[in-house]
Structure formats: structure tokens, C-alpha cells
Design a protein around this ligand. Sequence first.
Ligand code: JCH
Length: 237
Amino acid sequence: MRIDVLSIFPTYFDGLALSLLGKAQSSGILDLTVRDLRDWTSDRHRTVDDTPYGGGAGMVMKPEPWALALDDLASAAPSPSEQGPTIIFPSPAGEVFTQATARDLSTREHLIFGCGRYEGIDERVFEYASSLGEVRLISLGDYVLNGGEVATMAMIEAIGRLIPGVVGNPESLVEESHEDGLLEYPSYTKPSSWRDRPVPDVLLSGNHKAIAAWRRDQQIERTRARRPDLLADESED
Ligand code: JCH
């Protein structure tokens, strides 16, 4: 998979590149490139923002650098059967990112993340990007961040760990939180008793059927207590 990131703060991604992608990068499974949007400006001050039409607080990202950058990234080295990249703009006004979104995006050949700042990006950029690939506006959750970088890092981490050979990819991905629509069961390790807190007896019993039943019951109970919305309607997503 190829992932390109456009940001005016490219060094934000240094830690991600190091921790998640070390092995996958060198083996060619994942090709992550972070680019500075200002490389596609041509004025002396490398301007990426301007005042909003219609008034209002703050600044808006101007369209020209985005279009030039997307033209370059979308056209470079297309594979013969490619339909164009999937272009993701983190946005508090987007569809909410879930494990299902991560699964979907992990199957794509080429992702481009456009990280906005200020009050967001000129709306015409999203229309223009639709001519180059599939555009997705995606929210990390119902809260407002200062820009798209943190949301992009979270999404790349969630997507990357679903790709075999990427650092963090566990042996079994089906047992974890959200893959089965329930929260995880609680985990314990040694010592078997710690500060007067014993590990639940069933986990020391060696009875694998009883352990599986206990874990499932814990998952359901925790989900009811903490995330009743996940149990509300199985048909919802
Ligand atoms: C972003 C901002 C005021 C946006 C600029 C670009 C994503 N889940 C999630 N929360 N926040 C984001 C996100 C993504 C990209 C950008 N901002 C800041 C500030 C706004 O409303 C007028 C909108 C926030």
C-alpha cells in the first residue's frame, strides 16, 4: 500500500513513521511519504491560507496549493488497473471513523491524507479531488481538533496494523475490541495475586470452555455498562 500525507506540519509524523512502519517500510509492504503542502506554493511567504468569503473568524486554506499537490500525488506511478487514489480529508464534519472504516481503507492500493489547519479547506478542493479519485471526509470523533494531523495519525495506525507485515499486526485480529462489535474482555498476567487482588479463579482453572464462556460474559457485561450504544441495534452498522 502507498500512503501519501499532505500537511503544513510534516514533522508531526516522524514518530509514526518510526514506530509503526519500520519493518513494513523497508520490506516494501507500505510506502509512506509525508509532504509539506507549502512545497506547492510559489509566493515568497509560502502562503496556504486566506480570509473567508462571507466573513467570520479565522482563516481558510486556499485551493491552489492543494490542487497542485493532489495533481502530483495522484498521477505519480499509477498501477495499470488503478481507479485513482482514495483521498481522505479528516474533518469534524465527516463520516465517523470506525474499525469497519479501517478495514475498508486497508484494502486500498493508494491513500492520500489531506491534513487541513486553520478553520478548514476551501470547499472546492473536495470537488476537485473527486476528479482524481474517491474522496472521503472522515471524522475521528465528535470533538474539534486543531487540524487533521492527529486524526490522520490515528487512522494510519488503525489501518496499518491490519496489513500483514506492518509493525503491530498481531496473530489474531478477530478477537479484539470492535472486530466482533463488543468491547474486549479483561486481561491479567503474573503474579496470580497482587496487592490483595487475585486473578479470577476461572483463568487459572485450565478449563478452556469455562474460560471462553467467562470472557464472553465479561465482554457483554462491559459493553452493556460502558457502551450500550453498541448493543442497541445490531442492524445499525
Ligand atoms: C480541523 C477546525 C474549526 C475545524 C482544521 C482542519 C477532525 N474528528 C475531528 N475533529 N476535528 C477534526 C479536524 C480535522 C481537520 C481540520 N480543523 C480545525 C476548527 C472548525 O469549525 C469552524 C472546523 C479539525
